[in-house]
Design a protein around this ligand. Structure first.
Ligand SMILES: CC(C)(COP(=O)(O)OP(=O)(O)OC[C@H]1O[C@@H](n2cnc3c(N)ncnc32)[C@H](O)[C@@H]1OP(=O)(O)O)[C@@H](O)C(=O)NCCC(=O)NCCS
Length: 324
């Protein structure tokens, strides 16, 4: 067997490039991203020497990258994500990588298992085994839901968006830089109960609006008569896609005072209509609209089901407490 090295990396852009390349290879096989967007945002800040909550562990064999683990500190707890290169699986690397990563954690650790059509998928079964051996317990499920953009679906989305009324006094605009602070505030209010989305800062917003995928024309804001943001729908069309071309209902949020008044439905449809019309690249329409939602978020799951979405895959979060 070749020598195996576990390296806790110092900040460098080369490391992040290797991590992103490995994530892309894993995505090609698993059809699920192993690292969340916030982890990648933290990793890019880390690579530039900025203050960041991430620590990165790389495992190499004979100098070749075989896997990565990322630990993101969040208050008293820590998020763990890891991926093993598709060419190096089923020989104990995942267990070794996670065991090494956990030596650096004290307290609560959460780990996401991304992907799998249902609880009997191979991703979920191997994750379950690994989680059990490390003392992790499943605690949260996230659905990836999808809606195929057939010609018929496109036409019905456009008609429904046209017909969906906005509450009186509300107008729709698209995002400009001067909306940044107002959006962060409205997003925090709408997602007060959401463990990740509700914590987005101005810096996190700027990282995203500065990304190569960002299109302001697909970021819808609902403003009230005083110009305050009552809700928003941010769509996302990721770059470098192959196979099924997806557009995402990235985040729909309505501030508490405006919930239950039809604004969520109108905003969701406005973004869906944009995705139904927009091209990924010249001559290439999108094939599917997707979104990620907590399985227990019944207002949102009910809304999305009523608009024609159905679950495609499940992500599961596991929790453990380490005492060292
Ligand atoms: C999900 C959310 C966007 C819905 O917005 P809203 O403006 O309150 O929703 P609407 O008034 O337009 O209602 C649309 C549909 O949502 C569903 N819905 C809304 N509130 C609901 C509730 N409390 N329970 C169950 N279903 C609910 C219903 O299907 C409703 O359709 P109906 O009015 O025909 O029954 C809003 O609750 C919200 O911002 N939640 C916090 C952020 C969030 O979780 N976003 C989604 C995850 S990305």
């Amino acid at each position: 067997m070749s020598s195996r090295d576990f390296l806790w990396q110092e900040p460098s852009s080369a490391t992040v490039e290797r991590l992103e390349a490995l994530a892309q290879r894993a995505f090609s096989l698993d059809e699920a991203q192993p690292f969340s967007e916030q982890t990648l945002v933290e990793a890019r800040k880390w690579s530039r020497g900025e203050s960041s909550a991430v620590r990165i562990l790389e495992v190499c064999e004979a100098g070749e990258t075989r896997g990565f683990a990322a630990l993101v500190t969040d208050g008293d707890s820590c998020l763990l994500e890891a991926a093993v290169d598709p060419s190096a699986r089923e020989r104990g690397l995942g267990t070794a990588l996670i065991t090494e990563a956990l030596t650096q954690v004290e307290g609560e650790v959460a780990a996401w298992v991304h992907g799998g059509p249902d609880a009997s998928s191979s991703a979920m079964i191997s994750a379950q085994k690994l989680a059990k051996s490390q003392g992790f317990v499943a605690q949260r499920e996230l659905f990836k839901m999808g809606l195929a953009l057939t010609d018929e679906a496109r036409a019905s989305i456009l008609a429904a968006a046209e017909a969906a009324p906005l509450p009186a006094d509300i107008r729709l605009e698209t995002y400009t830089e001067k909306d940044a602070a107002g959006w962060v505030k409205a997003n925090a209010a709408a997602f007060a109960d959401h463990p990740e989305q509700g914590k987005l800062t101005l810096k996190d917003l700027e990282e995203r609006t500065g990304s190569d995928w960002f299109r302001a024309e697909g970021f819808f804001l609902a403003k009230d008569g005083a110009g305050s943001i009552a809700g928003s729908h941010w769509t996302k069309i990721p770059h470098h896609q192959t196979g099924v071309l997806e557009g995402e209902v990235y985040a729909v949020g309505v501030t508490p005072d405006w919930q239950g008044k039809g604004l969520g439905r109108s905003l969701t449809l406005a973004g869906m209509a944009y995705l139904a019309r927009t091209h990924y690249a010249p001559g290439k329409k999108l094939d599917r609209i997707v979104l990620y939602v907590d399985a227990e978020n019944s207002p949102a799951v009910t809304l999305y089901r009523s608009l024609g979405f159905s679950p495609l895959t499940i992500d599961r979060q596991y929790l453990a407490t380490t005492e060292r």
